[in-house]
Design a protein around this ligand. Structure first.
Ligand SMILES: [Zn+2]
Length: 264
């Protein structure tokens, strides 16, 4: 069993906090109504055409493009970008605190850590770089959501759902807790491991290992890295990745290699 990453004491609580921000932002009535309006226009312009087995994927692509052209994707990007940026701020803070504790072989003192603690105005170069990329990450998430909405609406067309039913479906999709939680966990992990990598570098740590969360969630893609010998700090792991996450919902982290403690 590998040593425990100190950040695993708080990352799930933090991810749950940010997931609630995401569902509140995306599930806001204004956004739901925008999607409903786009759907009504689409239905009118396609004269109630329905997808079938032969036209299904063309229909989906066209509907997703229609939603994007009607501003739905941009609306989602606008809501998600500041949240992703704040997730990076908190993830980076957890990562720095966790890596500092790990360097000293400690578990860290997390008493009083309030999830949602996103320090503003931080200037660490690695954090600035992540936050500069928040819009791009948000775009990817928004495109995934747009496609999920298109899939949902295509199903509604087949079922002949009325507007009330369609509105409820859209609300359910935009307020989906598990999708939001996966996104917030992935981005927290991204910031934590960027912070840990930067901290190990500056603290003169020689080697690092890839540790899983030791929980019941299977992380098969990470297994290869977790089983690897320690790698020099800054060098890639067997999968070719420098650090977690390497899949949605990844909670893996970087820890100093055993030699770090042997020497100390
Ligand atoms: Zn993993």
């Amino acid at each position: 069993m590998s040593p425990a990453w100190p950040g695993h004491s708080v990352d799930q609580r933090a991810a749950a906090y940010w997931a609630r921000q995401i569902t509140a932002a995306l599930g806001a009535n204004l956004i739901v109504q925008e999607v409903v309006a786009a759907w009504k226009n689409w239905q009118a312009s396609s004269r109630g055409q329905q997808p079938d087995a032969a036209t299904g994927s063309t229909y989906l692509t066209a509907l997703a493009a229609y939603l994007t052209a009607h501003g739905v994707t941009a609306l989602l990007i606008g809501r998600l970008t500041p949240i992703v940026s704040d997730i990076y701020a908190e993830g980076y803070a957890i990562g720095t605190k966790g890596a500092t504790a790990a360097v000293h072989g400690a578990a860290g003192d997390w008493e009083g850590w309030e999830p949602g603690n996103a320090p503003q105005g931080a200037t660490a170069p690695a954090l600035t770089a992540l936050q500069a990329n928040a819009g791009t990450e948000a775009r990817g998430m928004a495109e995934t959501r747009t496609m999920a909405l298109a899939r949902l609406l295509a199903g509604a067309a087949v079922n002949g759902d009325n507007l009330g039913q369609v509105t409820a479906l859209i609300q359910g999709q935009l307020g989906d807790d598990s999708a939001a939680n996966q996104v917030s966990m992935t981005e927290l992990t991204r910031a934590q491991s960027a912070a840990a990598a930067a901290h190990y570098q500056s603290a003169g740590v020689q080697t690092q290992i890839w540790v899983s969360a030791n929980d019941d969630r299977v992380c098969p893609l990470c297994d290869e890295n977790a089983k690897s010998d320690p790698v020099p700090v800054g060098m890639p792991f067997p999968t070719g990745d420098l650090r977690p996450p390497i899949h949605p919902g990844d909670r893996c982290a970087l820890m100093p290699g055993p030699d770090h403690y042997d020497a100390g």
